[in-house]
Write a protein that binds this ligand. Structure first.
Ligand code: FES
Length: 356
């Protein structure tokens, strides 16, 4: 099971008014464990107002820089993002899990043409990809479509523009704004079917593109993905990472320890760290993860939204269904891997293994 390590905050600074960049001081003996690929994220953990909170944030630095940085955008009423933006300071220690996730693609030996659609803090893993792929793939190009509220709120604007100068002619940048007017109508407001049709018919030759990266909210991702497929891009070349802006009300309810009723219907066994942990859980749509946490287990999780895969485990006996799954591919599902935060038991006895 992936575990948390105490890691010192090396530096913290604002990139925009409501977005802090946090750099971590990874000790020499952990540098190997913390090796990462562009597109991966860190899971951070801290007790805020007596509540144990975890959140995942994509690394925005490049592995080539020997730096570990994340950007945390403050979301209204977001407990963790408010803590980072208002309280966290240089020298503080946070619990941090090693980099995880598989958004992104391998470094290519031949030049590739990438296209990116992102919004707000969805730029974080993209920045890491830009820095890494542009440096390692001498003739690759990027077209970046980036949605924000206003010019002032564009995260990493300066860094991206520096990269555009440094890798001259290899990044095309298209800012879309929702709260400020731009002269070209296309660039005003969110991505829509109509705008995407214009982009894929007039602005971009889709047949010349090799891979696409999408990072942002769910509706943006699926809209762009569908339009790109319609325009002829094979779906296996479209990679995406969902950014959830905190837990929904529904999920907050579920994070509260599940009461174990006297009429338990399911017998669950968790294998973790070579040990078995048994508990019962009532019928309903509660997840195995929540029930296990409620029964006192200490298991890895971060988003509780079926997105990050931190809670992945394997069903070794019995059956479960997943409410949503944005993280596991078909192969993993066929191998009985599940997201425990989304797994609801359907057979009386279920055994899941976190040691895989
Ligand atoms: S905790 Fe993120 S997918 Fe389960």
């Amino acid at each position: 099971m992936a575990k948390f390590h105490p890691i010192e905050v090396k530096d913290i600074y604002k990139d925009t008014d409501d977005c802090s960049v946090v750099a971590f001081n990874i000790p020499e003996d952990l540098k190997n464990v913390f090796k990462f690929k562009p597109g991966q994220y860190l899971t951070l953990r801290e007790t805020v107002n007596d509540e144990d909170i975890r959140r995942s944030y994509s690394l925005c630095s490049s592995p080539l820089d020997n730096e570990w940085k994340v950007a945390v955008k403050q979301i209204p009423e977001g407990k963790f993002s408010t803590f980072v933006n208002e309280t966290l300071k240089k020298g503080d220690v946070l619990q941090v899990m090693k980099p995880m996730g598989r958004f992104g693609t391998a470094i290519s030996e031949t030049p590739k043409n990438y296209i990116v659609f992102t919004a707000g803090s969805g730029i974080t893993p993209i920045l890491s990809m830009l820095k890494t792929h542009l440096e390692m793939e001498p003739n690759s190009t990027f077209k970046l479509f980036y949605l924000n509220r206003t010019v002032k709120s564009i995260i990493f604007k300066e860094e991206i523009e520096q990269l555009r100068n440094q890798y001259f002619g290899r990044i095309e940048l298209f800012y879309f704004l929702t709260k400020e007017h731009r002269d070209v109508e296309l660039f005003n407001g969110r991505f829509t079917t109509e705008k995407l049709e214009i982009i894929f018919n007039k602005l971009v030759d889709v047949s010349s593109l090799d891979e696409c990266f999408l990072c942002g909210p769910e509706e943006m991702i699926f809209l762009v993905k569908d339009e790109l497929i319609k325009a002829g891009m094979p779906s296996e070349n479209i990679h995406f990472e969902l950014f959830v802006t905190g837990l929904s009300k529904e999920n907050i309810k579920k994070t509260k320890a599940t009461e174990i009723s006297e009429k338990d219907n399911f017998e669950i066994t968790i294998i973790d760290g070579g040990k078995e942990f048994h508990f019962g859980m009532p019928k309903g749509d509660g997840s195995i993860l929540d029930a296990a946490l409620g029964a006192g287990a200490d298991l890895p999780f971060a988003c509780k939204g079926g997105v990050c895969s931190t809670c992945k485990c394997r069903v070794v006996e019995g059956e479960v269904i997943m409410k949503v799954n944005y993280a596991l591919d078909e192969k993993e599902v066929a191998q009985q891997f599940v997201l425990s935060c989304q797994a609801v038991p359907v057979t009386k006895k279920v055994i899941v293994d976190f040691d895989v």
